[in-house]
Design a binder for this molecule. Structure first.
Ligand code: FAD
Ligand code: NAD
Length: 509
């Protein structure tokens, strides 16, 4: 079912009581309060207004600017041709169109400051945005929130979309606070960008996941003319080692290296100290090797930001992190969650927490629709996608669960056969056996010659769990997300694999 079809199905439902007259004229009451001015709140706001065109919505965020896209901060923004474009927070998208990272939609958003807030007698129709303000408490019984200045606001419905907080490593403490930073916000981007602007900088990126890999490539590209050197350090065998099968992770590393990054895989930082009169940091790795840097960027994952939810007594997911919500993204009566901080029940793949942009958009929309209509009870079942670019030869889109511990089956253009996933990375013997039977020409990890540039030109990787296809990775193969969604959750059948992958056009070139 496409999202559009779902919308039509549900178009008849009436707006929620949240916007009805009962409390409308009460001071400091807002029918809809969205906490966290990020992607998920933005999407929820748009969805609420689509269903309830006169809704009064208050978005509260603690960054200095309103909702913006984070994805370009570790990609496109470092590839801008002019510094002016970057200063304006603009970037060129993959189609060459110049855009700004600040999210813009149909709705007019009025910026408020705390004084304006005091002057408002009763919430009027429209979208208001309060920036630079932290919500410090949520009282579910009273249907109220408290701002960091002590002000209390009442809500009809509330959305928690507080995102995630970057983790850091204790071992980096010795490096001095100004030499180490995490990377999440536009402020973090500005800070790192200004550091790399000057010549001859040595930057260390710690972490080999989505962010560490994208940033290492981006900084290296940006700093090429300025003799900036980037070293990336992480414990896995290759970049994206927790996500891609082992052979593909190794291939990815070879491509990251081609972008000028010195990659130290299978490495951890053992200790740090400042050197050169405090101007630089020296990192000692577990194997004794020393790396000197002007600055260290830590990209070792995030923790779901549940501070507020925890204080409010909402149910937390102890395994995945995040607030536990049902398939309708509801945590408690009139309390909804969306985006990175949400552990939701996925009716196809089971309980999950997803840390990607499209999930924030789609989840935010479903939460908003449910908030705006008491009768809707919409299930969040539209599978979100994610994507990344790593240098000129790697771009991918994906749906579902991509975990390198799962058994995988890969199909590549250059080999007109079904190739085996990486067995060493498999912890599910029955799945491995399935994959092996499907293998016309096995492709063991050792056989991968990374110097063969064409090898992983275009392909598809299927991730299997209990014989079910739980994830699909479309490698340099764009526009196939809808086809992938259709296959997700199906039982993997070796006999039918050719028909299954036909829509992906792998063998057409
Ligand atoms: P956020 O966007 O983090 O928004 C939450 C907001 O809430 C923040 O502004 C936070 O400051 C605020 N907040 C928190 N607590 C409070 C409080 N108590 N009071 C007020 N405000 C509060 N995903 C992809 O799919 N593809 C990509 O290419 C990609 N690239 C990325 C690049 C970078 C550099 C980063 C950091 C992430 C990237 N992601 C990407 C992930 C994607 O950006 C996130 O999944 C998405 O931003 C999540 O949206 P969100 O609304 O849940 O949280
Ligand atoms: P991640 O979860 O993708 O990667 C975590 C990485 O931390 C691991 O791959 C590992 O290499 C590293 N790590 C863990 N312990 C370590 C240690 N002791 N020493 C060195 N490295 C260690 O998280 P991330 O890459 O930090 O990304 C941050 C957030 O931003 C995530 O939510 C991510 O999904 C999101 N993001 C997504 C995209 C995208 O979808 N294209 C791009 C950038 C960021």
């Amino acid at each position: 079912v496409t999202q559009e079809a779902e919308e039509v199905e549900e178009a008849e439902t009436a707006p929620a009581a949240a916007s009805t007259a009962s409390a409308k004229h009460e001071k400091d009451f807002y029918p809809y309060i969205l906490i966290g001015a990020g992607t998920a709140s933005f999407a929820a706001m748009e969805a609420i207004r689509e269903k309830d065109s006169s809704a009064a919505i208050l978005i509260i965020g603690n960054e200095d600017i309103g909702p913006y896209m984070r994805p370009p901060l570790s990609k496109e923004m470092w590839f801008n041709k002019s510094e002016e474009t970057t200063e304006n927070l603009s970037f060129k998208d993959w189609q060459g169109k110049e855009r700004n990272i600040v999210l813009q939609g149909k709705e007019k958003i009025d910026a408020l400051n705390q004084e304006d807030l005091e002057k408002i007698e009763s919430a009027e129709s429209g979208v208001k945005l309060l920036t630079g303000v932290t919500v410090s408490d949520l009282n579910v019984a009273e249907q109220s929130i408290t701002l960091n200045n002590g002000k209390v606001l009442k809500y009809g419905k509330v959305l928690l979309a507080t995102g995630g907080v970057p983790k850091t490593l204790l071992v980096l403490k010795g490096a001095g606070a100004d030499k180490v930073s995490t990377f999440r916000s536009v402020e973090d981007f500005k800070h790192l960008h200004s550091l790399v602007k000057s010549s001859d900088k040595k930057i260390v990126v710690v972490g080999g996941g989505f962010l560490g890999s994208e940033l290492a490539v981006a900084i290296s590209h940006y700093g090429k003319d300025k003799n900036v050197k980037v070293t990336q350090i992480f414990p896995e065998d290759g970049n994206m080692g927790l996500v891609f099968p082992r052979y593909l992770s190794k291939w990815t590393t070879s491509q990251v290296e081609q972008e000028g990054v010195v990659v130290k895989a299978n490495s951890r930082v053992a200790s740090t100290k400042t050197v050169n009169e405090g101007k630089q940091v020296e990192l000692t790795l577990e194997n004794g090797e020393k790396v000197v840097a002007d600055h260290v960027v830590v990209a070792v994952g995030i923790e779901a930001n549940v501070e507020l939810a925890k204080k409010a007594g909402l149910e937390l997911d102890e395994i995945r992190g995040g607030v536990a919500v049902n398939a309708e993204l509801q945590a408690r009566h009139n309390v909804y969650c969306a985006g990175d901080m949400t552990s939701f029940h996925d009716v196809t793949l089971g309980r999950r927490r997803v840390e990607h942009y499209d999930n924030a958009i789609l989840g935010g929309r479903v939460a908003g629709q449910n908030m705006a209509s008491d009768k809707l009870h919409k299930t969040y079942k539209h599978q979100s996608m994610f994507w990344s670019d790593l240098g000129p030869h790697i771009g991918y889109e994906a749906v579902g669960i991509l975990d390198s511990k799962l058994s995988t089956v890969s199909i590549w253009t250059k080999k007109p056969t079904v190739a085996e996933g990486d067995k060493e990375a498999t912890d599910a013997p029955s799945d491995a056996a399935t994959a092996e039977r499907a293998t016309a020409t096995p492709l063991p990890a050792e056989a991968v010659k990374v110097e063969d540039k064409e090898k992983y030109n275009k392909g598809l990787v299927l991730y299997l769990k209990d014989k079910k296809i739980v994830g699909l990775l479309m490698w340099n193969n764009f526009g196939k997300v809808e086809d992938a969604r259709k296959i997700l959750g199906q039982v993997y059948d070796t006999e039918k694999v050719e028909a299954l992958v036909k829509p992906f056009g792998i063998h057409e070139e």
